[in-house]
Ligand binder design. Structure first.
Ligand code: NZQ
Ligand code: ZN
Length: 372
C-alpha cells in the first residue's frame, strides 16, 4: 500500500474515496488510507454507504460530487459493490446530467470513463480486474451489467489481510461467485475445448473448493485468503474465457433474484447452480459435467458418463450446502414463485440464454421452480 499515493497522484491530487457500510472503518483500512493521503498531501472526498447490490441513485450521488469538486480519481475500498459503484461513477461523471441509468439500461459499451483505483477487501466478483459494473435500480426491479474497457481499474491493490475481517457467510458467498464465474465459462459451452484452458479453469475451481472452508474456519489464514483473492481476479479477467462469449446462464438467472429480492449474489448462484446442472444434464453434456466432478471434486473415474455426471452434481450440491453451509432453497430466503415469469423473461433479455443448452424463459422458470 505504500505506493498507493503514487498510483493516485498519476491522475491528480483530488481523490473520491468510495466505500460501503463501514467494514473498512472496523478493520483499520480506512485509517490507513487517510493517513497515507495526508502524508502525500492528497485532498480526500468521501462517498460512504454504498449498498451491497449498489443502487443507481448512490452512483449518481458520487457522480455529482465528481462533477462539482472536479475529482481526479475514484478510490474504491471494498468488495464488488463498492468497486462497481466507483466504476459507475467514473462513467456517469462524464455525461451531461450525471445519471448512470441511461448508460446501464441502454447497454452502452463504455469507452470513456474517469480513472478508478481499487483496494479489494472481498474475494468474489473479479470487479477489481474486469470491465464490468453491476448496478441495481430497485424502483424498477432491474439489475444490469454496465460494461466497457474504460471501466477496468487503472490499478488494483490485493492484500489478503484486508479480507481477514470478512464473515464466514460472505466468504462462502464470495467464493461461490468465483467458482461460478469459471463454471459459467467452462467448456460446457462447447467452444473452449483446448486443454490448457480447461486445466486453468479447473485449477481455479479446485482452489476455491480447497481454500474456502479453510478461510471460513480460520479467517486470518493468509494462504487461504491469498488463494481466494487471486482466484477472484483470475476468474473473470478474461484470461480463462479464451476469448469466447458465453451465455453465463446462472449469472443471468441470479441477477433477477437480487433485483427482485436484494439477496446476496453468491448465495443465489449456489442455489441455482446444482439445479441448472441437473436441468441441462443429458447425453451430450454428461461427459463435461463428469469431468468437472473428477477434476475439481475428486469424483472417482470409471463410471458411465451419466452416472458420473450425477455424482458430480451431488458433489457441487454438497459443497454449496454442506461445506459452505448455505441455505439450499429459494423458499429458505422467503422467495416464492410470484415473480418467476417476469424474472425468467428478463433473464433471457427478450430472447434466450445461450450455453451448453439454450434456455428459453420457460426453461428458466422451471429452473427457478426446482430451487423452491
Ligand atoms: O459495505 P461494507 O461495510 O464494506 O460490508 C460489505 C458488505 O456488507 C462486506 N465486506 C466486504 N469486505 C469486507 C466486508 N466485511 C468485513 N470485512 C471485509 N473485508 O461484505 C458485504 C458484501 O459486500 P459486496 O461488495 O456487496 O460483496 P461482493 O464483493 O460479493 O459484491 C457483490 C456485487 O458485485 C456484483 C454482484 O452482482 C453484487 O452486486 N458483481 C459484479 C461483477 C463484476 N463487476 O464483474 C460480476 C459479478 O458476477 C457480480 O454480479
Ligand atoms: Zn458473479
Amino acid at each position: 500500500m505504500t505506493n498507493l499515493p503514487q498510483e493516485l497522484l498519476a491522475f491528480g491530487k483530488k481523490v473520491l474515496l468510495v466505500y460501503g457500510g463501514g467494514s473498512i472503518k472496523k478493520n483499520g483500512l480506512y485509517d490507513e488510507i487517510v493517513s497515507l493521503m495526508k502524508a502525500a498531501d492528497i485532498e480526500l472526498f468521501e462517498l460512504s454507504g454504498v449498498e451491497p447490490n449498489p443502487r443507481h441513485s448512490t452512483v449518481n450521488k458520487g457522480a455529482a460530487i465528481c462533477k462539482s469538486e472536479e475529482i481526479d480519481v475514484r478510490l474504491a475500498a471494498g468488495g464488488g459493490s463498492t468497486i462497481d459503484c466507483a466504476k459507475g461513477i467514473a462513467a456517469a461523471a462524464l455525461t451531461e446530467d450525471g445519471d448512470v441509468w441511461p448508460l446501464v439500461s441502454g447497454g452502452v459499451w463504455v469507452t470513456r470513463a474517469l480513472p478508478v483505483v481499487a483496494i479489494l477487501t472481498n474475494a468474489a466478483t473479479g470487479s477489481e480486474m474486469d470491465a464490468w459494473a453491476v448496478i441495481s435500480n430497485m424502483d424498477t426491479n432491474e439489475k444490469i451489467g454496465l460494461g466497457g474497457s474504460a471501466l477496468i481499474p487503472r490499478a488494483a491493490f490485493e492484500n489478503p489481510e484486508y479480507s481477514f475481517s470478512l464473515p464466514a457467510y460472505q466468504t462462502a458467498c464470495g467464493a461461490f461467485d468465483i467458482f461460478n464465474h469459471v463454471l459459467d465459462n467452462y467448456y460446457l459451452a462447447g467452444d473452449a475445448t483446448f486443454d490448457l484452458l480447461l486445466e486453468m479453469q479447473e485449477a481455479v475451481m479446485r482452489t476455491v473448493v480447497k481454500w474456502t472452508p479453510v478461510a471460513m474456519k480460520e479467517p486470518e489464514n493468509y494462504e487461504a485468503r491469498a488463494n481466494l483473492m487471486w482466484a477472484s481476479s483470475m476468474a473473470l479477467n478474461t484470461v480463462l474465457d479464451g476469448g469466447t462469449v458465453h451465455g453465463c446462464a446462472c449469472h443471468m438467472m441470479e441477477h433477477e433474484l437480487s433485483a427482485y429480492y436484494d439477496i446476496t449474489h453468491g448465495h443465489g448462484l449456489a442455489i441455482l447452480t446444482p439445479r441448472w446442472l441437473s436441468y441441462i444434464l443429458d447425453d451430450e453434456t454428461a461427459p463435461a459435467i463428469y469431468r468437472l466432478g473428477t477434476n475439481v471434486f475428486g469424483v472417482e473415474k470409471g463410471f458411465a458418463a451419466m452416472e458420473g455426471a450425477k455424482k458430480a452434481i451431488e458433489a457441487v450440491s454438497a459443497f454449496c450446502f454442506e461445506t459452505l453451509g448455505l441455505k439450499s432453497t429459494l423458499s429458505d430466503l422467503q422467495i416464492d414463485k410470484s415473480h418467476f415469469k417476469a424474472m425468467a423473461e428478463h433473464a433471457c433479455v427478450g430472447g434466450s440464454i445461450s450455453g451448453p443448452k439454450e434456455l428459453t424463459p420457460d426453461d428458466v422458470e422451471k429452473i427457478y421452480e426446482m430451487c423452491l
